[in-house]
Design a protein around this ligand. Structure first.
Ligand code: ZN
Length: 140
């Protein structure tokens, strides 16, 4: 395990725009407040979603698409730099009318309504390729 201390710089709440992309909106918030690193939680509803599942044997993501309205029962993630762009690593638990859930790494989703709380850190975090997992992780 690697770790480092972070200090909170500012905290924000935001309402996501209907029809926009969920993750892009969070990255736009991070850019608007000049965040070099942040942690966030969010909730709301989406009109569709594309989740990714990382196959630990194949070391590759497989997309799962949902073309249906879903509640964002819980969404958590962080923002850091990846290839000179702010990347919102976003995971979500999405629910259907009967309460059944699907969950995973959220790549994209069309916002119906969304509320975000973001804690911005004084520090900067940048992802780098990790040989073992073939993922872009934090070299802390
Ligand atoms: Zn993920």
């Amino acid at each position: 395990m690697d770790y480092r201390a972070v200090e909170t710089a500012e905290e924000y709440v935001a309402r996501l725009e209907t029809g926009a992309d969920w993750r892009t909106e969070i990255e736009a918030l991070a850019a608007a407040v000049d965040a070099d690193a942040a942690w966030f939680t969010a909730l709301g509803a989406v009109q569709d979603a594309e989740l990714w599942f990382y196959d630990q044997d194949e070391l590759a993501y497989a997309p799962i698409e949902f073309d249906e309205p879903l509640e964002v029962a819980s969404c958590v993630g962080n923002v850091s730099w990846l290839d000179d762009e702010r990347f919102a690593h976003t995971h979500a638990v999405l629910s259907r009318p009967d309460g059944e859930t699907v969950a995973g790494h959220l790549n994209e989703a069309t916002v119906f309504a969304g509320e975000v709380y973001m804690r911005v850190f004084e520090n900067s975090l940048e992802r780098a390729h990790d040989e073992t997992t073939d993922l872009d992780l934090w070299p802390l």
